[in-house]
Design a binder for this molecule. Structure first.
Ligand code: GDP
Length: 537
């Protein structure tokens, strides 16, 4: 973080903004549950210097998490609810790791985290390869053209062959893997890494006495052959094979979403993690100039702009309030500055801006492009809003991800109407679920839609504990939705197996029981446009 006092920041030279932006990397780790996302994140933090942490990396037992009532549920269900932004400092580079919350299931919130980053680490388990949640999250990266660094984890455990994993990554993602490190020893017999750029060897030995960092020993090829024999020769053969097929890292190909640099790790032993951290500094992109909704380019050096990608209430019982997380796209943030929200048109003074470190919070005085700031109790700020110093900038709205689960909801206790409505409004604004209204429903019950079914458990938990209004759900038979024009609503309402609903922003959706019915409607009504939502599968 810069130490420049905030009262001197009204006119920061563009060169300083450019320099601060250039030394930032804002990334997320995507993976299937249990592949080792938390372990890798902690290992990265161990190699770097953790500057600060907003929210927390999901606190499983034995980890330094925050004690909140969220954790009850995390413990019970093994799911992570609060999002985290972990800030690391490595080789004079600030790495912002935006957490993609979600364990057994994902919510829209998980996918939205990917709208706030410039690149991702796609973490896969060496035995399990490209699992279903990884594929879904990758789909969003593809849609956004986010550069992907692949990490094959758990190489200390029996798993697939390295070359077979490369094939799998390539056939599923369409990206050509360009390994930066190559394992010496098969999965389950992880001896060390051949560093492909130098041809040198890094040997890892378990630290005595259970110390966390494995002991690292560097040697040249001759030394490696003497120590590892056949395992080294096999690694060299495979490395040469990769070289012959042109599978070497190329920055333009990586940034152009055609290749994915690939690493091997045993995150639990911190093996190979240093090379991943170096890659974030050396090859991951820094914040890019963004286009606003009208297509105009806003350089990172222009006046302060940020976009809100997440809101959350009640993260900590000691501070039961609402935080809105915004990713800075341009300019410098300084505490006390006045910005305008593009949607509401309201000016606001950004005084209470914080990061959350464990259960403590610290006030942010200065932040730069790529950083994430948490606005405290900014009640009128919603997900997708642009905050700008010039008062005019508006970035395109965040994508709406395709829901696959639908239920009606009603309060268990009819007397809790006010809390019920307020709770649903907040959960809708946070993107935990979408709250939809349907005028064809005689009972007037709202319809909830979710990307993952586990979100309904989160709704029940929060409605009960936070909003004091336990709820009852009724499952609906729909599996897919399309955005429609309001004028077409009567046609769709009349269609079998279809219901028309509306969200809080006045967008109209048609819900269908299955894709077959969507296609049959399209065949019968070629003039009606059914707009797809961003698919996650
Ligand atoms: P997440 O659900 O993706 O965040 O996964 P975790 O980081 O919680 O890891 C899931 C389990 O895999 C935990 O028991 C970890 O200790 C274990 N694990 C993570 N990385 C490795 C690894 O490199 N090798 C081995 N053997 N186990 C690992």
């Amino acid at each position: 973080m810069s130490t420049v006092p905030s009262d001197q920041l009204t006119d920061v030279p563009a060169e300083q903004v450019a320099a601060e932006s250039a030394r930032r990397r804002t990334i997320a780790v995507i993976s299937h549950p249990d592949a080792g996302k938390s372990t890798l994140t902690e290992a990265l933090a161990l190699h770097a210097r953790a500057l600060r942490e907003a929210g927390h990396v999901h606190g499983k037992s034995g980890r330094a998490g925050v004690v909140t009532d969220w954790q009850d549920m995390e413990k019970q269900r093994g799911i992570s609810i609060s999002s985290a932004v972990l800030q690391l400092d490595h080789r004079d580079t600030v790495v912002n790791v935006v957490d993609t919350p979600g364990h057994a299931d994902f919510s829209e919130d998980t996918y939205r985290a990917l709208t706030a980053v410039d690149a991702v680490i796609m973490l896969i388990d060496a035995a399990r390869g490209m699992e279903v949640q990884t594929r879904k999250l990758f789909g969003v990266c593809k849609q956004r053209g986010l550069p992907v660094i692949t990490v094959v984890n758990k190489w200390d455990r029996p798993g697939q062959e390295a070359l077979a994993l490369l094939d799998e990554v390539e056939s599923v993602t369409g990206l050509r893997p360009t390994p930066v490190t190559w394992p010496v020893g098969i999965a389950g017999d992880f001896r060390g890494l051949l560093e492909r750029s130098t041809g040198g060897y890094v040997k890892y030995t378990k630290a005595p006495g259970g110390a966390t960092l494995a002991v690292e020993q560097r040697m040249d090829a001759a030394g490696a052959e003497a120590v590892e024999g056949e395992a080294w020769r096999q690694a060299v053969d495979e490395h040469e094979l990769l070289e012959a097929t042109g599978a070497d890292h190329d920055e333009d190909e990586f940034l152009g979403f055609r290749t994915t640099p690939l690493f091997f790790t045993a995150a639990v032993a911190n093996t190979g993690v240093g090379q991943v951290l170096d890659a974030l500094v050396d090859i991951a992109p820094s914040p890019r100039d963004q286009r606003d909704v009208g297509g105009e380019v806003h350089p990172v050096t222009s006046r302060f702009t940020a976009q809100v990608f997440k809101t959350q209430t009640g993260m900590n019982p000691a501070h039961r309030d609402r935080l809105a997380f915004a990713r800075i796209h341009s300019g410098v943030f300084h505490r006390g500055m006045t910005v305008r929200d593009d949607r509401s048109g309201r000016p606001m003074v950004l005084k209470h801006v914080q990061t959350v470190f464990g259960s403590d919070r610290s006030t942010v005085d200065v932040a730069w492009p790529g950083d994430v700031i948490g606005l405290v109790n900014a009640r009128h700020v919603n997900v997708g809003d642009t905050l700008s110093e010039n008062g005019r900038t508006a970035y395109p709205p965040l994508p709406v991800f395709a829901p696959e689960h639908f239920r009606t909801v009603r309060p268990k206790d009819l007397g809790s109407g006010k809390q019920f409505r307020q709770g649903l409004r907040e959960l809708d604004a946070e993107g935990v679920v979408r709250v939809l209204t349907s005028d064809s429903r005689g009972d007037g019950e709202p319809v909830l839609s979710a990307v993952g079914a586990l979100q309904f458990d989160v709704v029940q938990y929060r409605m009960t504990h936070e909003f004091r209004s336990p709820v009852l759900f009724t499952e609906l038979p729909f599996t897919t939705a399309r955005i429609i024009d309001r004028k077409d609503a009567p046609l769709l309402r009349a269609h079998r197996g279809c219901e028309v609903v509306e969200n809080a922003e006045g967008r109209v959706f048609a819900l269908f029981t299955d894709e077959w019915r969507v296609r049959s409607f399209e065949r019968d009504n070629p003039d009606v446009t059914l707009e797809q939502l961003v698919a996650t599968s």
